[in-house]
Design a protein around this ligand. Structure first.
Ligand SMILES: *Cc1c(COP(=O)(O)O)cnc(C)c1O
Length: 220
């Protein structure tokens, strides 16, 4: 299937999931995760009119998108991978949304750099929703303090993001993220990937991050 076909297929599924949850499909953003995809496939997506992309590495994203940006002024790039403080400058320069704010040091570095570059990028706080040792994201019990710190620093926190444990049903984790969002009046929820975005939409996702179902399998 072509990327354009994949997009139609995913959009249909998004609409169906939204209808069954009595939600408006328009409020769900499809973030196409383009990490490790070929330039040809990404070009197919652009040709089909898609403009919202997610990348998990700053350097890889800069290599692909820096020149391409000028051609597509309405492009919206989401950083969805862990951000080291030494990459904050490049990340703020390149991305439009930072989904992976997960610790006080990063909050401070982002706030400082955004001020320097005269930007105030929308941010999501990433929650380590399954309390997995190897995963990024702030611990659930640290979320209130992190949110407080981010607000104080002037970050535009719009929502929460999570990646549930991959070998379990994501349902309880999606529900938990929604609960946390409600509790803190954060309306945007970035959750759901190729295998589970319909479930995520039924549980309130406003942003789904879809890679393989969008582009085909990643060549590694
Ligand atoms: C790679 C990645 C995705 C996309 O995963 P697929 O299963 O290919 O849809 C979504 N979110 C994050 C954070 C990722 O790193």
């Amino acid at each position: 299937m072509s990327v354009a076909d994949n997009i139609d297929f995913i959009r249909t599924k998004i609409s169906k999931a939204a209808v069954s949850a009595r939600r408006d499909a328009e409020e769900i953003e499809l973030v196409a995760v383009s990490k490790v995809q070929s330039a040809a496939r990404i070009d197919e997506a652009l040709a089909a009119g898609h403009r919202i992309f997610g990348e998990n590495r700053v350097q890889e994203a800069a290599d692909h998108w820096t020149d391409c940006r000028a051609q597509y002024p309405d492009l919206k790039l989401h950083l969805i991978g862990p951000l080291q403080t030494n990459k904050v400058k490049d990340a703020v320069a390149l991305f439009d949304v930072i989904e992976t704010v997960d610790r006080p040091k990063l909050v401070q570095a982002l706030a400082k750099e955004m001020e320097k570059q005269g930007k105030n990028l929308p941010c999501f706080l990433q929650v380590n929703i399954g309390a997995e040792e190897q995963k990024a994201g702030c611990a659930i019990e640290e979320l209130p303090a992190l949110l407080e710190e981010a607000k104080k620093a002037g970050l535009d926190v719009q929502g929460l993001m999570c990646i549930p444990p991959f070998d379990e049903s994501p349902v309880p984790y999606f529900s938990l993220l929604r609960k946390l969002g409600n509790r803190h009046q954060l309306n945007s929820l970035s959750m759901g990937m190729s295998g589970d975005f319909e479930q995520a939409i039924k549980l309130g996702a406003t942003h789904v991050r879809i890679g393989t179902a969008f582009f085909g399998s990643r060549q590694v």
